[in-house]
Design a protein around this ligand. Structure first.
Ligand code: 3H9
Length: 689
């Protein structure tokens, strides 16, 4: 009765105790591509026809239940059977079909489970409909079955929020019927046996009605729309999801399903979804370093010493404590380390207070922290030493020489420098091959971007360890070669320069900021400068002579938010108002330049500020600082809040068309400043991504 499936076959069919078991094996995540759909269709039909089987269990081999549709298939022609065809066979089966879930049942995988008559799941399993993060909606009945089984509010949370829920929560919501421990297949077969013995009805979620009355459901939807309007901004999918759930409430199942498909297809064709799917694959590509083979194994890091107890050092220490590594925080003065340690404990206590971690977990993390003012003593036993002292090359070289003298032979020596020459820092040690850049973004325990900087002599193992650490920290690690500013800061620097130049041609700082916020950034360049400090963004105090708006502001002591005034004025609650003082300075400076003053429309401001970023990105690419264009996209999306729905600067540039960008750059920054790579691609009809 059992299949003699060859090892590695995509499916196997067996009958255990009168119950058919169809197991799918399509690594890495059992995505529901055409071969899997075909195997499912055949296997289900076989079980229906099999007189030896009175029920069917569908499960997966490997690390997870189906992780969804095969995203790589999107955009091409869909080969039949589609998921809805398969689900119709399941729902039409005269024998109960039971999903047996482990790992993560996501997207189409979760939808498949909901099309089954019953669902059992390992306690550790998760269920989710994360299509929203690909700019899509569940297109195989997820928006129609979820509100029927779990209610409208839960469906909205699950599908618009996109975050998977635990098996226990899914059980409470009615999405899982039984939680099991131990051997999933054996437990699922026993459960199926029980259902058969008890003559349990064939429960089809499609036949259920949404539990709220129409008015209450629509009120819930309206409330949700209003409450989340900010979060929806720029994205197409959330609004479409709400419409699809509305259809579940107002239409019969089949019509609702048809409406869902219509909305799904609209999203699939949208630039926003194209951008989000690009970022999905871009994030996964970022971790791969082509010239470092799989045989190069990252070193296990068991302890970390962080040097420098300021904001950056404390944030970095917190990030490592969060993954359970013991950290020693070092600074020159006792007071400084104590202040740093207090800040770290406060951050951890904040996580406990917000319910992000349990109290005992908070205690465990805090207990992993120790402090020291004795640098040699603190680094001597550490596997990884991260330097986060002031951005001064001589200071960093001196610190590295000290570390070199005390650290054990195989320790990894990392610098958090954000723009200094890592090779010069490495040259201050006797082991440049052990030196790497780990460039965190503020706040280091929160921001997802980690730039791993590969020096001239950094060894492959050390690079591989840096990349692996990034993943362990829950960050996206992007590999960068050494250059001024590495990838993210270097690519974004031209935006600030363009903004500084533009305010001398007519637009005021807040008009420039508004254009950036409308484009989708969390804030504009002048808002950012005010927060970071007008004085710290390259102000040369000794040589300041009122030549630029920044110099005048700094000379007046208008250093930004910390001084209650910079480009903006601030009230006691730090709310920003356009500053008449700054406006006067800008107008006077503009008059001095003699530049033609005129109004700019928002799209023009966007072009003036962001095309130079695309240009710098192309230079970063042609110099080999970044491995691939998509790494630049991921770096700016995760490090600078570049809007996700544009796909990052390089994808955005492709979606606009490179010839138009080159023409605009020629006219603004001048032909000589345009990247040769960008010009070549534009001329050849090529693309960056
Ligand atoms: C959908 O279902 C639409 C339906 O509603 C309607 C259709 C009509 N497809 O993340 P990892 C690859 S939309 C293709 O590093 P982890 C991934 O690229 C889908 N490939 O592993 C990577 O490849 P490589 C809704 C996929 O353990 C490898 O698998 N589902 C897919 O950290 C390992 O991935 C989702 O959005 C896929 N669906 O995390 C779930 N998923 O090794 C998306 C993964 O060559 N997936 N790959 O770089 C995930 O969230 C995570 O991959 C998962 C595993 C949590 C499953």
């Amino acid at each position: 009765m059992n299949d003699m499936s060859p090892p590695g076959a995509i499916s196997s069919y067996s009958v255990r105790d009168g119950i058919a078991v169809l197991a799918i094996n399509s690594p890495p995540v059992n995505a529901l591509g055409f071969p899997v759909r075909k195997a499912l269709d055949e296997g289900i039909r076989r079980a229906v026809a099999d007189s030896a089987a009175s029920a069917l269990v569908i499960r997966c081999d490997g690390r997870t239940f189906f992780a969804g549709a095969d995203i790589a298939e999107f955009g091409g022609e869909l080969k039949l059977p589609g998921l809805n065809d398969i689900f119709a066979v399941i729902e039409g089966s005269p024998k109960p079909v039971i999903a047996a879930i482990h790992g993560t049942a996501l997207g189409g995988g979760c939808e498949l489970a909901l099309a089954c008559h019953y669902r059992c799941a390992l306690r550790s399993a998760k269920l989710g409909l994360p299509e929203v993060s690909l700019g899509l909606l569940p297109g195989a009945g997820g928006t129609q079955r979820t509100p029927r089984i779990a209610g409208v509010a839960m469906a909205l949370d699950l599908i618009v929020g996109g975050r998977p829920i635990s098996a226990a929560k899914a059980e409470t919501a009615g999405m899982v019927d039984r939680i099991v421990d131990g051997d999933l297949e054996a437990e699922a077969v026993a459960y199926a046996r029980q259902l058969v013995t008890e003559k349990a009805p064939l429960r089809r979620i499609r036949d259920m009605s949404v539990d709220l009355d129409l008015e209450a459901a629509q009120a819930a939807i309206t409330t949700y729309r209003v409450a989340h309007s900010r979060q929806f901004k720029g994205f197409k999918a959330p609004g479409h999801i709400v419409q699809a759930i509305e259809a579940a409430v107002t239409l019969p199942f089949d019509q609702g399903l048809a409406r869902e498909w219509e909305l799904f297809e609209e999203l699939m064709a949208s630039t926003e979804s194209g951008a989000q799917r690009h970022l999905f694959f871009a994030e996964r590509a970022a971790g791969k370093v082509p010239d470092i083979g799989r045989d190069v194994k990252p070193v296990d890091i068991g302890s970390v010493t962080v040097i420098g107890a300021g904001t950056m050092g404390s944030g970095i220490a917190t990030a490592f404590l969060n993954i359970g590594l013991p950290v020693t925080l070092v600074d020159r003065e006792q007071q400084a380390v104590e202040r740093g340690a207090a800040n770290i404990r406060k951050t951890i206590a904040g996580m406990v207070a917000k319910g992000r971690i349990a109290e005992d977990e908070g205690g465990r993390r805090s207990a992993l922290l120790s402090t020291s003012v004795d640098l040699p003593g603190a680094v001597s036993g550490a596997d990884l030493i991260v330097e986060a002292v002031f951005e001064d090359l001589e200071l960093k070289k001196a610190v590295f020489a000290q570390i070199d003298a005390a650290a054990k032979a195989d320790a990894i020596l990392a610098s958090n420098t954000s723009f200094l020459d890592l090779d010069a820092i490495a040259a201050a040690t006797s082991r440049p091959e052990q030196v790497v850049g780990l460039h965190f973004f503020v706040p280091a325990n929160v921001m997802r971007l980690l730039e791993v900087v590969r020096g001239e002599k950094t060894s492959d193992v050390v690079v591989a360890t840096g990349m692996a650490l990034g993943r362990k920290l829950g960050k996206v690690a992007i590999l960068s070669r050494v250059c001024d500013g590495f990838i993210a800061n270097r690519a974004m620097a031209p935006r600030q320069a363009a903004a500084d130049a533009l305010i001398l041609e007519g637009p005021l700082p807040w008009e420039v900021d508004r254009a950036m916020v409308e484009y989708g950034f969390p804030m504009g360049p002048f808002q950012m400068v005010d927060i970071v400090g007008v004085d710290v963004i390259g102000w040369d105090r000794e040589n300041s002579a009122g030549r630029t708006v920044q110099e005048v502001l700094c000379e007046m002591g208008r250093w930004g938010q910390k001084k209650n005034g910079g480009y903006y004025d601030y009230d006691e609650e730090r709310r920003a108002q356009p500053s008449p003082v700054a406006e006067k300075i800008v107008r006077e400076m503009a008059a001095k330049t003699g530049a033609d003053q005129h109004r700019f429309r928002e799209p023009e401001i966007v072009e003036r500020l962001l095309y130079p970023v695309v240009n710098e990105g192309a230079k970063i690419l042609e110099e080999g600082v970044a491995l691939r264009a998509s790494d630049i996209d991921v770096a700016l999306v995760t490090g600078y809040g570049w809007p996700v729905w544009t796909g990052g600067p390089m994808f955005w540039a492709d979606s606009i068309g490179l010839p138009a960008i080159v023409a605009a750059l020629d006219a603004t920054i001048g032909a000589d400043a345009v990247s040769p790579l960008l010009r070549k691609l534009a001329a050849e009809g090529g693309s960056l991504t």
